[in-house]
Each structure stands twice: as C-alpha cells, then as structure tokens.
Design a protein around this ligand. Structure first.
Ligand code: UT7
Length: 327
C-alpha cells in the first residue's frame, strides 16, 4: 500500500487592525525606536482590542483558508488549534473556532506548543490524514500574546504581537509535506513562561499583584538556544526529505528577532533573498508566526508550484519544529 501524501490546499491569515509602533512604546516604557529596530528588527506590531479572544482572530484566518481550499466549513473533519493563549482554560479554543465558522462536522482540540504550535499542528494533522481517519483537516496557528504582556516590562513588551494563520490539509497526488522534525527539551521549561493561571498556581490577589500571569523570558539564553535548535532541526529535516539545503527556494523561520533569523540563515548557508522576513510589521506572533509568513510568501510570489520550502519554529518549552514541503 502506498503512503498517502498530504499537502496544503488553502491558506488564510488575520491580524488585528490596531497598529502599535515603536514610537508608541517609547511613551510607555524606557525604550527607543532605534533600540527596538537594531536589536530585534521590529518596527510595529498588531494588538487586538480588549475583550477579543484568540478564536476571533483564528476564525477569520480559518474562513479564508477554507475558501481558498474550495471547501465549505461543513467539509472540515478536524480542527487542530495550535495555541497557548486560548480564549479561556475551558473549553478549548478549537471549539470556539468551530462555533464561529460553523464547522459542525469537525472534531476539535488545542495543541500547546507555544511558538512552534503551527508546525506541530501541521505535523499532527498530516498524521490523521495519512492514517486514514480524516480527509480535510483545518490547522491553526494563533496567539493573542498581548493579553499576557506586562506593559511595563521593556524586555518583553516590545517583542510580541497578535495574529492568526490557518491551513487546510488534504491528500495530494504529488509533493506536499516531505518531512517533519519536532523536538522538545523540558530542561529549559523555566526560561520562557507564564507562571500563574494554571493548575499549579491559580489566580489569587498575590499572583495578580506579582504579575505572575504575565509572560517572563530569559531573552539571551532563549536567543542562543533558538539559533542552535532551529538550525539543527532544519538540517535534519532536509536530510530526512532527501533535499539539499541549497535546493530550498524559500525558508520561513519563526519571526522572533532579525538577529536570530540572520544567525540561522548564516549557519545554514542560505542567502538572505531566500529567507522570508515579515517581523518588521508584526513582531513575534508566536504560533501564528510561520503561518502568516507562509501565507505572505505565497501571496508575494516567492513560492511557486514545485518549489521546496522549509518552515522552522522555536518557542517556550523549549520546543522546536521544522518542516520541508514541496509546494
Ligand atoms: O518566540 C519565542 C522565542 N523568543 C525569542 O526568540 C526571543 C529571544 N531573545 C531575544 O530576541 C533577545 O535576547 C532580546 C531582544 C529579548 C534582547 O536582546 P539582547 O541583545 O539579548 O539584549 P539584552 O537582554 O542582553 O539587553 C541588553 C541591554 C540591557 O541593558 P544593560 O543591562 O546592558 O544596561 C537591557 O536592559 O538592553 C536593555 N534593554 C532595552 N533597552 C531599551 C532590554 N530591552 C530593552 C528595550 N529598550 N526594549
């Protein structure tokens, strides 16, 4: 029996309308546009209005992806929402997405892999199709990190933005996902976390006052591990796919910091014109990052049918993932 090939039939993305520039942040914390641009590459980011949940962003991306796949919401059999910022702890974000888009025939669950959520969710969705359980799987990468930002902490508040990306996976005759590498090292779990609000430390006046519900990160350490983690994952993934690094037409790395992207590109020997960057507009949108990048790279004509492309992500866990796709 031949193994099924799984490919992306449609893509979508959504970012909130509200733009917050580096100059806006200069008025909130002790920072400068110059510092943010030179240390991160970010110029502005999109921030959702208060009261918006991740599912609202994800649903807009999902509707577009389903339309682009020439399907109807009822055709979707499974929704995997790669997110660590669900609307609420219970029920899952995927169920709210289902409710909003009317995908009434789908099973739905969340997949928590932080910034690597989209690649993890693509890899999981691929397996459901390969295994024969489903034909049409909606995969989401979405996060509304701004809800967890301490807007007085300059070391984190300048880095992140809100957004969502979506892909519909279906069986394909040729190309599709060639290989995936997923990894995790829980030894580094404390380096990037939202420390309260879970079962170990539910909300109390003390946790709120201590800002334990906000994201905290040891930026320098994460930086080094991100460069190594993504580079190694991409090399392994290309090897597994039988694709040489020089044959990758477009590389879409997690958009956390221009200096991380440059360092990974250099390690892999990929010229800058093959490396897709949009973090100047959106900052780090966590699980949405690679999904939005993929959408825009296709829209800008940087990916053509038959091209070999590579996604690479990295995030809290620490987790990482890479995927080689023939478009
Ligand atoms: O998506 C998950 C993965 N996340 C990441 O990949 C993020 C990885 N880390 C990074 O991108 C970088 O480490 C940062 C952008 C967070 C920080 O850059 P850095 O070059 O590692 O700077 P640093 O933390 O070593 O700080 C250098 C200086 C410090 O001042 P002193 O101690 O040298 O006086 C910071 O206090 O820059 C200061 N600083 C700032 N200054 C102005 C930190 N944030 C700011 C700021 N504006 N926003």
């Amino acid at each position: 029996m031949s193994v099924k090939k799984v490919g992306i039939a449609g893509l979508g993305f959504y970012v909130p309308e509200k733009v917050v520039t580096n100059h806006d942040l200069e008025k909130m914390v002790e920072t400068t546009d110059e510092w943010i641009r030179t240390r991160t590459g970010i110029h502005e980011r999109r921030i959702a209005e208060k009261g918006t949940g991740t599912s609202a962003l994800a649903a807009k991306a999902a509707v577009q992806a389903i339309g682009n796949a020439h399907l109807k919401p009822e055709d979707i059999e499974l929704i995997i929402a790669g997110t660590t910022t669900p609307d609420m702890p219970l029920p899952s974000c995927a169920c709210f997405i289902q409710q909003k888009i009317g995908a009434k025939n789908a099973a739905a669950f969340d997949l928590g892999a932080a910034c690597a959520g989209f690649v993890y969710a693509l890899a999981a969705g691929e397996q459901f199709i390969k295994g024969g359980m489903y034909k049409n799987v909606l995969v989401i990468g979405a996060d509304l990190i701004s809800s967890y930002i301490d807007w007085t902490d300059r070391s984190t508040c300048v880095l992140f933005g809100d957004g969502a990306g979506a892909a519909v996976l279906t069986e394909t005759k040729s190309g599709g996902i060639l290989s995936s590498v997923l990894g995790s090292d829980g030894k580094y779990a404390e380096l990037l976390k939202i420390g309260a609000g879970g079962s170990k430390s539910p909300a109390t006046n003390e946790t709120v006052n201590a800002k334990d519900h906000c994201l905290k990160m040891s930026g320098g350490e994460v930086f080094k591990l991100a460069v190594r983690g993504m580079s190694d994952a991409v090399k392994k993934c290309c090897e597994m796919a039988g694709v040489r690094l020089e044959d990758i037409k477009c590389f879409i790395p997690h958009q956390a910091n221009q200096r991380i992207i440059d360092a990974v590109g250099e390690r892999l020997g990929l010229p800058a014109e093959k490396v897709f960057v949009n973090l100047q507009k959106y900052g780090n949108t966590s699980a949405a990052s690679c999904a939005i990048g993929l959408y825009e790279a296709v829209e800008q004509g940087r990916i053509k049918r038959g091209d070999k492309i590579c996604l690479a992500t990295f995030g809290s866990g620490l987790v990482w993932g890479a995927m080689v796709i023939e478009w």
